[in-house]
Write a protein that binds this ligand. Sequence first.
Ligand SMILES: [Zn+2]
Ligand SMILES: [Zn+2]
Length: 196
Amino acid sequence: MAKPPPYAVPLREISDDPVHRSFTVTPQLVGEWLKGLPMRDALAAPDPDPDAGRGAAELDIYAEGNHVFATGTFKGDLTVACSRCVEPVKLVIDEKLLVTFMPKGDMPADEVDGEEGAEVPAEDLDLFPYEGEYVDMEPLFREQFVLAVPYAPLCKEDCKGLCPQCGTDLNTGTCACQKPIDPRLAGLKGLKLPSA
Ligand SMILES: [Zn+2]
Ligand SMILES: [Zn+2]
């Protein structure tokens, strides 16, 4: 029999009487999960990155029929690049979890096809499939990190970013570059544009 994944909880240990389980997520795993994410790769961090992030889950797990429920907390942090200046930004995760695991065959059809990477309707985010003799918590933990990354992370709200011409970090330095005028907009110069 194949070795169960690290976050597998055997079904035989789950009953209608909640069992408490603690889990930790290592920086190495966080780094692996976030690989390919532009604001993660932009850091050019070592691999494995000891500062990628970490997580800890405290869950009560119980079953009703063949549905398995996990309720508790997930806390952790992860580091991505600021979308303006590319400096590291530490994001904090502090989530209350209430999720349902159900046999793969019982999942709504769109979820089974969807699997990884597909758009999942927001109301179904707390629904995960399981199959075989255990419930695997890994997709749940991975999701906490992926969802924690905003579209454009910022080190601070008013981050000045890098000069697009010379690359100077404008938070810590200044440069003599002139702001270029987009030739397509040059003709509009002097027009008052509504501020976005
Ligand atoms: Zn920044
Ligand atoms: Zn410059």
